[in-house]
Design a protein around this ligand. Sequence first.
Ligand code: MN
Length: 237
Amino acid sequence: MSTTRRKFIKDSVRASAAVAVGTSFIFTESTAQAPATTTLQFAQIPLPYAFNALEPNIDALTMEIHYGKHHATYVKNVNEAIAADKIVYENEKDFFANASKLSAKARNNGGGVYNHNFFWQAMKPNGGGVPAGKVSDALNGAFGSFDKFKEQFNDAAMKRFGSGWAWLINDGGKLKIGSTPNQDNPLMDISELKGTPVLALDVWEHAYYLKYQNKRNEYVAHWWNTINWDEVAKNLK
Ligand code: MN
């Protein structure tokens, strides 16, 4: 870039900054309440595969309702709560770290959005199998073997009474397995299980009832065939 062009851009930035400051000054004087400059908005990630892509492990109708109705409703509700409660956290991390101060609507629906976005990404068509590389090393190191890890994770998923989530988390470099009730997650200050999510499993009945009815164990067993271990590797960092 030429020096002249660079100078032009610099001057333009300065000029627009001056305009912005001027506008904001006038606005603040003439209105009782200036709008927050940054408002956190939650959003659904685009589903990284088709509704029927996880068949036969997770059926298309369940995916369509789960993503299109349940997850979408959490988005609508949390954004309503953010507006109504005048929540000004700048990002999801701060929002969850202050979960104890949020209304039930903000906390439950915010958790609902985050947890599902995380869940969709950690699945893929023709997933599953036994992980290799650093995921394998990390699981063997923390739990002794992949089978022992799987057994503990299944246990967390089966013992969560009612609605909730099973998690593999990184708690300051240590991998741990646990579960949370409702739409709570390990990023929330109110959660007993705290850390960075690595893998999550939705054990709400809405995640499996159409295909598996009351048989949560069958749903959990089939979910292992959908895991996107490359995504898990990314979450390990
Ligand atoms: Mn769900």
